[in-house]
Design a protein around this ligand. Structure first.
Ligand SMILES: [Zn+2]
Length: 542
């Protein structure tokens, strides 16, 4: 960082965000390390970054995340380095925070920018989080502006918004945006608490204390996460887990983040240092190895984060209309032997035309045809459909979740349900029951990076010297194919991914798919209807 050039007012597309993030990372790291070791080069380099950012004409208020992140960067530098700044530097940095951060922020709040008025996504936490740091840093010098920001944060609107994590901490925007959102939420709660002695009750909102659990269950045994809703496969660091561990008395969060750092070989950030407890937390386990998040209708089976070879499968219900959603109801991802076998391709480029607008459902990675769910008549699912998880068990022999996918496929199909069961912690049973399919073409599919060899009613999947099998138990006579996951340029190509498709031998009003994923030679259990999954006959053999 000492040798890197300072940030410049350069936009990528319509965004300054890369510059804001670079400034935040460098200023917080250099200022934090300077407070530890007193190295004057770090102080000088942090100040140089701040001088450059302060001299920008603006921080790009047309894309307000950029302002929020730059305000956070400047506020942390101003606050942490205050005793070592000259009066001129204090005045210069303060003026930038006020005129380029807080003033456009209050204007956006007053004119009811979407993130301030009815935000339903990460923007609200990031924008208020960044502004809160700026407001608290300069409150003595700009009391009216600071009060406007803090009053908006204390309003019922933000509290209402934060109930999106209720009741159990799940995030409809997926684990990638969860990291972004809870990072800024932690900035907000932590800064309110240390500066004002109160977080105005926000920390008590239902779901926030348990949201660290969502991260723990979202990462599979391959180290990759359940990357629905525009998330990448690999998790980012989450130092906020350390803060939440202390704030909410959840030592397992800290244990999880330490284990994640060790496994991913990621460098700890200055925030890990800042929020770490003096004593490492004991390795506390979770109450169950499987979880269902009711607020978002997502279930993860086999989530013992300490077992790096265990089988883990995650099922997506919820709403296709959710923020950053794909048309992926019923889709699943699957880890076993430390590998990811069933993949979600993740997001495409955000600068594709109308990626967040009317062309969204034309892009392959967002369409149903690229997801690990049923494809009916080759078409997308209903973009407004919801799929509740209607049954769930965290039984240690047979954990399962069942989602009702009917709304996603109407009117072509009257009823469709998908059950996913993890048997004895190792093998996975995938069962779909479809009624009222008329003459619809219904195809079962799963995307994988494994090399696929099809023989008869099964396929052998191989990757990194390991193998697994996928067997079609029903319908008899189904045809398996492995097809390329084609997307035309400029969409992202994925030449390493094949989509395994299972085509039934005939159309029919009622149809049942039963597939068995195994990493060994164990036999599948007897097939029972989904309605019987909760009954005693599917429990562990005595
Ligand atoms: Zn997806």
């Amino acid at each position: 960082m000492l040798d890197e050039p300072v940030v410049e007012p350069t936009l990528v597309g319509s965004r300054l965000l890369a510059q804001s993030r670079a400034a935040l990372h460098r200023i917080s790291t250099l200022a934090g390390l300077y407070l530890i070791d007193g190295d004057p080069r770090k102080l000088a380099r942090a100040k140089a970054e701040m001088r450059s950012a302060a001299a920008f004409t603006d921080w790009n208020p047309s894309h307000f995340l950029d302002v929020a992140e730059m305000t956070a960067a400047m506020a942390l530098g101003y606050d942490w380095l205050y005793p070592d700044l000259s009066p001129d530097e204090r005045a210069q940095f303060r003026a930038a925070i006020i005129s380029k951060g807080l003033e456009p922020g209050v204007q956006a709040i007053d004119t009811r920018a979407f993130w301030a008025a009815e935000g339903r996504n990460t923007w609200t936490e990031v924008c208020f989080g960044g502004l809160s740091l700026g407001a608290l840093a300069v409150a003595e010098h700009a009391p009216a502006l600071a009060a406007s920001v803090i009053t908006a944060i204390g309003s019922r609107r933000l509290a209402t918004h934060l109930r999106r994590f209720a009741p159990d901490g799940g995030d409809v925007e997926g684990p990638g945006y969860w990291g972004y959102s809870t990072m800024y939420l932690t900035f907000l709660l932590s800064a309110l608490d240390t500066a004002l002695g109160t977080d105005m009750g926000l920390g008590q909102i239902e779901g926030l204390a348990s949201t660290g659990q969502y991260r723990m269950y979202s990462i599979g045994s391959s180290g990759r996460q359940f990357n629905y809703a525009d998330a990448g496969e690999w998790p980012d660091a989450a130092p906020q887990m350390l803060w939440m561990a202390r704030r909410f008395d959840r030592p397992e969060y800290a244990a999880h983040e330490r284990a994640w750092l060790a496994r991913s070989r990621a460098a700890p950030s200055i925030l890990h240092v800042l929020w770490s407890a003096r004593r490492p937390a004991p390795a506390v386990s979770l109450p169950a190895t499987s979880a269902r998040f009711r607020g978002i209708d997502v279930a993860m089976l086999g989530g013992d984060w300490r077992d790096k070879a265990g089988t883990w499968v995650a099922l997506k219900g919820g709403s296709n209309a959710a923020s950053l959603g794909h048309l992926d109801l019923g889709s699943f991802v699957l880890d076993a032997l430390g590998q990811r076998w069933a993949v979600d391709l993740g997001p495409d480029f955000y600068d594709l035309p109308e990626y967040f607008g009317p062309l969204r459902w034309t892009y392959f990675r967002l369409r149903t045809e690229s997801h690990n769910t049923l494809l009916v008549n080759g078409a997308n699912q209903d973009a407004t459909a919801t799929a509740p998880i209607v049954a769930f068990s965290d039984d240690s022999y047979r954990a399962f979740a069942i989602a009702d996918l009917s709304a996603a496929y109407r009117p072509a199909v009257a009823h469709a349900r998908r059950g996913v069961a993890l048997i004895d912690g190792r093998d996975v049973l995938l069962q779909d029951e479809i009624e009222g399919a008329g003459s619809a073409d219904v195809v079962w599919q799963m995307a994988t990076r494994a090399q696929v060899t099809i023989s008869g009613s099964g396929a052998v999947l191989r990757q990194n010297g390991l193998s697994a099998t996928l067997r079609v138990i029903e319908p008899a006579g189904a045809v398996l194919r492995a097809e390329p996951a084609v997307a035309p340029a400029p969409q992202i190509a994925q030449p390493d991914v094949a989509i395994v498709r299972v085509v039934p031998p005939a159309r029919g009003s009622s149809l049942r798919f039963v597939l068995w994923f195994s990493t060994g030679d164990r036999s599948p259990p007897a097939v029972t209807p989904l309605d019987a999954w909760s009954g005693p006959e599917v429990r562990a053999p005595q």
